[in-house]
Design a protein around this ligand. Structure first.
Ligand code: WAQ
Ligand code: MG
Length: 265
């Protein structure tokens, strides 16, 4: 189908610092207004403060280059502390094919604030899965994954499924969508992520084989430094093509995966 897609994006900042962002892909022009209002509300009610600058952008994108995607399966095993969470993340990364060195370097970079000034980057680090070398062209901006979403039917189904597991929140939904696009990229080995919101301590490691492995605690409460690392196969052919895929190619998810949580004992 070559039906037109509309990309809707929101970016909010406070005192010149990024506060929150959101993005949707819709096929129905009638859905635009509702999406814009929801995004505006989120920008004005962010836990780190009320935005003083909000930009909303609507772009039409040709349907031709669209990729139909599937959501990763989500699973979670409880941890008792963020330190244990980081050990779990390191273990999951090495099982996915990331070297110890690359896992440790990236965990440390995110913990210390991966941008040159020691704060969180706006996007993700791109990391060689063997050497741990950072490959992203700009260490403050990073790689910004964009143009991905669920179809309305898939979103409804996913939210029902997540609600049954007590996980229906926007962080989970957005992260699952983003990770599913990232892992679909050719040459991608794994992703590591935790939030930059001070009151949100969860994160995940994602890979094609293990899916989205949710980790309930990956940082101490109150910590503002968060981020993402995308681990790529060493010598991945064309970095520019990979970055273009992540940032520009529309990825519309029409199939959802499974959700499983192991309860805290
Ligand atoms: N592309 C690449 N990196 C991004 C993007 C993007 N579109 N958006 C954010 N980042 C990077 C950036 O460095 C942020 O500081 C960092 O990720 C965290 O972003 O409960 O809320 O939006 O299962 O704060 C994961 C756990 C929550 C969800 C992640 O991320 C769950 C989260 P945040
Ligand atoms: Mg955030």
């Amino acid at each position: 189908m070559s039906e037109k897609l509309l990309s809707i994006r929101m970016h909010a900042s406070l005192d010149g610092r990024h506060l929150s962002g959101a993005e949707r892909l819709v096929t129905q022009p009638a859905a635009v207004e509702e999406q814009l209002l929801g995004m505006l509300q989120r920008a004005l009610c962010h836990p780190r403060g009320r935005a003083d600058r909000i930009s909303l952008q609507v772009d039409e994108i040709p349907g031709a280059e669209r990729v139909a995607g599937r959501l990763l399966d989500l699973s979670e095993a409880p941890v008792a502390s963020w330190q244990q969470g980081r050990r779990q993340a390191r273990q999951l990364l090495t099982e996915a094919g990331v070297s110890r060195q690359a896992a440790d370097r990236s965990l440390a970079a995110l913990a210390n604030g991966a941008a040159p000034d020691g704060s969180s980057m706006r996007g993700a680090m791109l990391v060689d899965a063997r050497s741990g070398a950072r490959l992203e062209p700009d260490r403050a901006r990073g790689i910004r994954v964009s143009r991905m979403d669920l179809t309305p039917a898939a979103r409804t189904r996913l939210r029902q499924l997540l609600a049954a597991h007590g996980l229906d929140n926007p962080h989970v939904i957005e992260a699952l969508i983003l990770a599913s696009k990232v892992i679909s990229a050719p040459g991608m080995v794994a992703e590591l992520c935790w939030s930059d919101d001070p009151d949100y301590q969860a994160g995940y490691v994602a890979s094609a084989a293990a899916g989205y492995r949710r980790i309930t605690l990956l940082k101490p409460a109150g910590e503002e430094r968060g981020g993402r690392a995308f681990f790529v196969r060493p010598g991945v052919a064309k970095l520019a093509d990979l970055i273009r895929y992540l940032e520009r190619t529309p990825f519309l998810i029409d199939r959802i995966g499974t959700i499983s949580r192991e309860l805290q004992r």
